[in-house]
Design a binder for this molecule. Sequence first.
Ligand code: G6P
Length: 372
Amino acid sequence: AAAEKGGYDSFMEKEINDQPQAVGDTLLGRSDADGRLTLDELRVSPEELKSVNKIMVLACGTSAYAGQVAKYAIEHWCRLPVEVELSHEFRYRDPIVDANTLIVAISQSGETMDTLMAVRYAKEQGAKVLAICNTNGSTIPREADAVLYTHAGPEIAVASTKAFLAQITAAYLLGLYLAQIRGNKFQGEIKDILADLSKVPDKIQQVLDNSGQIKELAQLMSETGSVLFLGRHVGFPVAMEGALKLKELAYIHAEGFAAGELKHGPIALIEEGQPVFVVVPSPRGRDSLHAKVVSNIQEIRARGAKTIVIAEEGDDAVKAYAEHIFYVPETPPLLAPLLTTVPLQIFACELATAKGFDVDQPRNLAKSVTVE
Ligand code: G6P
């Protein structure tokens, strides 16, 4: 088993460290030298994809947060409405889906019963289903009309890490492919985004190589009872995933919020010493989101929060308000989740290890939930 873990103490650690490869392999062979997406493997024709007027992403757990990231990217690149819903909620209301709806079912295992049942239901309503899946030949891709495999390799640890980054990567590819066939973007722009994506694996490696400081912090915080996570735009699902990892691995009460929602409730939770992770948007992004999140950091800090900030290299403006700051390399704002998620995974894994928990097999959880 030690050999299977590649020299790491746990599969979780190995899988976190496998992420440059998981993302790289998911990108591999899916575009040509001119920057054209070549997703011929999809079993659905460009004509069918052109007739789509709405996308609904269905998934559970970590995969659903990958879906939320996908929404920001696909709506921006393709100008197509994207809804994201938990599979088990979707099926028990009266959702509006028809032949022009593309369902994107995201599942690492391809066996999650809730997602499988949602896929079956959507097909009955006449929708097309495309699966983003990490497990070859599993049930969801077999029942789907189309499949885009993530090439993260087998994920053994129960809580998902490398499959998450691979799902986000696959969703970006799908978004760019839809933009290409629907003519929403100039080929040159698609080529530029693909070039940025191809640099991401090395940047993830840099984050991994600089993880000493976050591990130290995790060890110092092993007695913490509650941690909050704030994010905005694509940083919002990243914050949710950071909180989920901490619940799953370290059994600590953790909650993620949209930073803009702070003043509508969660700020009441802030008291002296409350640790809050803040995923800060790039200062190079549009819409002054960076300034807004920096002012959120000031607000919570003034109320005694211990602020732990994930920011882009070169972002000096946040320094003054951060008790701890972890920098990730520069990348276009929409692609940032592939980097900002990593320190949060490392934090949860390290803290759980410090508490003596089995990070590969957290209590009460299953790798793939094949019952409703
Ligand atoms: C379980 C796992 C989670 C996973 C979720 C969805 O709850 O513990 O890590 O995110 O199922 O699994 P799927 O295989 O459908 O992505």
